[in-house]
Design a protein. Structure first.
Length: 507
């Protein structure tokens, strides 16, 4: 009953005129960001984070979250109609969405994707409501050692469960942690890693770095690809009532698969370092593996649209649960949202639930409203959204680049941040080309200062002994799991080498 009462309070916040207006604007901006290759939910949220200083925090988080949901939906349109993924998590939709569109079923494919997205968000929102408060209350038992162990667990999931190379992930994470050390010491307040430069005293702010990595870097990559890729046939979007009804019926017919994908996506999204992209591929893989007719996948199977999209949207929602309850972002976009909380003077965890219930439950209620509103907007406005892709890229790029620099400057009114955006834009391009993951760097940049503070507080409590992390039950469990995940790539490497030796050995 208490949860229901809190949720009603949240709906009271979400239904306020300013909240509804900002949510609608956020959804439209998110859809545009999702449609445009070269941008993404992370860059969009980071770019518009400064706008939230003009509104109350509970409205600001609804606005930023709406951009996130809009981007989750927007990538569907370009993947199905143009075979160009507007977002990384929409790549899996190309496999069957584009073949369906070429068969004259573009409307049905889009409707099925939108409806399954809605199901994914709603299922994840229900679990979010159920688990948020218990998880936050469990965090009341956490002291500095437990919090440091949680941070280590967050970083270890990138290494042990990530899709990229473990060494490159470690390098990316370490670089992000190194950046957080520049400026003033978190305990003594003395300057460090400033190299005698006054600009470095203020440290590297998360927003300019993120805009550079995920904004400018992606634009450079996309511009290069546009010079080299073959432009595929453009299919015009027409979404009629028959398509909508067909999408609803397809979701109903395969509701078990859609629900399973949503559940799996939610729990994948909770894990730091995963997010919507691996969830979408996992959903597609499970749908194909357990299908009675796996040969139809890749040729226009409706299940190949329902499963990955439900999983991706549920994972995007799930990524916010550890962020709001524990302060651990489940994805790069959640990391930007977490940076917004710190900017507004709010600290995630049980205190946030007790001291700022309007903020927390307003966000949770907006999950239901944003998912519903975005479904309606997409079903009505798909042709308009698809027409964004027809704007010449030469006109859009300068506008986006200027917006990136403005967004980075207004956070602290420092030219240093503008130069940071430019430098990290180039770095993001290089890292992408060399296949270094950007997500660990972004998350490390957000969590680095807290990780150092919890480490030093723990060592002070334990008289300088690292044994404190293994003598307290909760921190010991998290530390053991984290160390196992850090070591997992080495175990896999040893196993693969032993297997190859056995295969090479003469019979």
């Amino acid at each position: 009953m208490e949860t229901l009462a809190n949720l009603l309070v949240g709906f009271g916040v979400a239904f306020q005129p300013l909240s509804l207006f900002m949510m609608t604007v956020g959804l439209l901006l998110g859809l545009a960001v999702g449609v445009l290759p070269g941008l993404g939910g992370t860059a969009g949220v980071a770019l518009l984070l400064p706008v939230t200083v003009l509104v109350p925090p509970e409205v600001g988080i609804i606005f930023l979250a709406a951009i996130y949901w809009g981007a989750l939906y927007g990538g569907v349109i370009t993947s199905i109609l143009f075979a160009i993924p507007g977002e990384p998590w929409s790549v899996a939709l190309i496999f069957d969405g584009y073949p369906m569109a070429k068969q004259g079923k573009a409307g049905l494919a889009l409707a099925a994707a939108f409806v399954s997205s809605f199901v994914g968000i709603m299922v994840a929102a229900v679990f979010f409501v159920t688990l948020a408060m218990p998880l936050a209350l469990f965090a009341l038992k956490f002291g500095p050692p437990e919090m440091f162990a949680i941070m280590m667990l967050a970083f270890s999931t990138f290494v042990g469960l990530g899709t990229g190379g473990a060494l490159k992930t470690l390098i990316s994470t370490s670089f992000g942690l190194l950046l957080t050390m520049a400026g003033l010491d978190v305990v003594t307040g003395s300057p460090r890693l400033t190299f005698g430069t006054m600009a470095f005293l203020s440290g590297f702010h998360f927003v300019p770095v993120t805009i550079g990595l995920f904004g400018l870097g992606e634009i450079m990559i996309d511009g290069e690809e546009r010079l080299s890729i073959e432009i595929k046939e453009v299919i015009h979007a027409k979404l009629g009532w028959e398509d909508i009804k067909g999408g609803i019926m397809a979701t109903k017919e395969h509701f078990g698969l859609t629900l399973l994908s949503a559940l799996m996506g939610f729990f994948v999204g909770i894990l730091p370092g995963t997010g919507a992209t691996p969830a979408s591929f996992l959903g597609y893989g499970i749908a194909k593996q357990y299908s009675k007719n796996p040969e139809k996948y890749g040729k226009g199977a409706i299940e190949g649209i329902l499963a990955p999209q439900a999983a991706a949207n549920a994972a995007g929602t799930g990524a916010l649960l550890p962020m709001i309850s524990l302060g651990i972002p489940g994805s790069p976009t959640a990391a930007v949202l977490l940076a917004g909380l710190y900017m507004w003077g709010l600290w995630p965890g049980p205190r946030l639930f007790l001291e700022e219930p309007v903020f927390v439950w307003g966000l949770i209620a907006s999950l239901f409203l944003s998912g519903t509103a975005c479904l309606i907007i997409c079903l009505i406005g798909t042709p308009v959204l698809a027409s964004i892709m027809r704007i010449p890229w030469g006109l859009l790029t300068p506008v986006i680049v200027i917006a990136c620099f403005i967004g980075s400057y207004v956070m602290r009114n420092l030219m240093f941040d503008v130069w940071c955006t430019l430098v990290f834009g180039g770095l993001g391009y290089v890292m992408k080309k060399l296949k270094y993951p950007l997500a660990p760097l972004a998350v490390a940049l957000v969590l680095g200062a807290m990780t150092e503070r919890f480490l030093r507080q723990s060592l002070i409590i334990g008289d300088g002994s690292f044994g404190i992390f293994f003598t307290r039950p909760i921190s010991a469990i998290f530390m053991v799991v984290a160390l196992f995940l850090f070591a997992l790539p080495a175990f896999k490497l040893i196993k693969d080498k032993m297997k190859s030796k056995d295969e090479e050995a003469p019979a």
